[in-house]
Design a protein around this ligand. Structure first.
Ligand SMILES: [Zn+2]
Ligand SMILES: [Zn+2]
Length: 311
């Protein structure tokens, strides 16, 4: 969901002796990993190139670009990464629908030429564009504006802007005090400009990620507002559908959330991942390269991938 614009997480991943406290900076010669980030190819603020440069400046040596339902930023990011001596992991964050809720599944280490994946991305993009057009039409009426969709596209540099970008446009247009106000007044579920999108099923997303040789990871499991019981119910279905991993290493989790995620990866025998979900330098609470260690005993999603990443 676009809400992760407001709840970023960072992650690193080589836990070790320097990584013994929750917010420690890990300084391995291999550098840091961040397996969840966004660029202007979806709802991030930085271009793929600027994102990669910033990650390099923060000591990240392996970055996954995981834009929402698009692979469009990956070529630029890969070039920038090779110029900085970094490894780029081809990623995506697919929106899926499961029991009338939206969840986000990360695909990591993707073959971007995979036909099934490319067809999925095209279908998801078409759904995104149609949703954005409908949000624009509704905001025109509800906020007394004209051509909100077109203006937001211009601001966003994409024809499928997500809700945070509509919120920015509403703020710029002086219709709301700030972006939070935009969500509460117009954009969140139950308000006049909320539009649900017919995303693919969880199984379809996982199958396509696997077809592309990738690893399927449930993004920000704590951010869906699920009770412990409902999260476990969902994860049962995720595992059943072939899901591989759970994002667990993120700064800013409460002890209770960490404990629940710990319980979940163990119970469902899932690998673990970590990523900042970086969208914008304005996320002051989120610093690249500062992250909790992954839980001891867990299998990280990059195990077995590092060799090929470094070659
Ligand atoms: Zn997300
Ligand atoms: Zn994300």
């Amino acid at each position: 969901m676009d809400r992760n614009f407001m709840s970023g997480f960072v992650a690193c991943l080589f836990s070790g002796p320097e990584c013994n406290t929750e917010e420690s900076v890990i300084s391995f010669s291999t550098g840091l990993i961040d397996l969840h980030s966004h660029s202007t190819a979806s709802d991030g603020i930085l271009s793929p190139e600027a994102l990669v440069s910033r990650a390099a400046d923060y000591g990240v040596s392996c970055l996954a670009l995981t834009d929402h339902d698009t692979l469009a930023g990956l070529d630029e990011a890969r070039q920038a990464a090779s110029a900085r001596g970094m490894t780029l992991v081809n990623g995506i964050e697919l929106s899926v629908q499961h029991e009338k809720r939206e969840f986000h599944v990360l695909g990591l280490w993707l073959d971007t030429e995979c036909e099934a994946l490319r067809a999925r991305v095209a279908a998801q993009q078409a759904a995104r564009v149609e949703r954005a057009r409908e949000i624009g039409r509704r905001l025109d009426r509800a906020a007394g504006l004209a051509n909100t969709y077109e203006h937001t596209c211009e601001l966003a540099g994409t024809d499928a802007p997500g809700r945070p970008l509509f919120a920015r446009y509403l703020e710029q247009a002086g219709r709301v005090r700030n972006q939070r106000h935009a969500f509460n007044r117009f954009l969140k579920q139950g308000q006049s400009a909320f539009v649900a999108t017919p995303w693919c099923s969880m199984k379809e997303a996982i199958d396509d990620i696997h077809a592309a040789g990738g690893t399927a990871v449930l993004a920000h499991p704590h951010a869906y507002g699920l009770t412990r019981k409902k999260l476990r119910h969902f994860l049962g279905a995720f595992k059943e559908a072939g899901g591989d991993g759970l994002e667990v290493a993120m700064p800013g989790l409460t002890r209770q959330q960490s404990e629940l995620l710990d319980e979940c990866w163990q119970h469902f025998d899932l690998q673990v991942s970590a990523g900042s979900d970086f969208h914008s330098p304005e996320q002051k609470w989120l610093a690249l390269g500062r992250l909790p260690p992954i839980p001891s005993g867990a299998t990280p999603v990059w195990e077995g991938r590092l060799t090929s990443m470094n070659s």
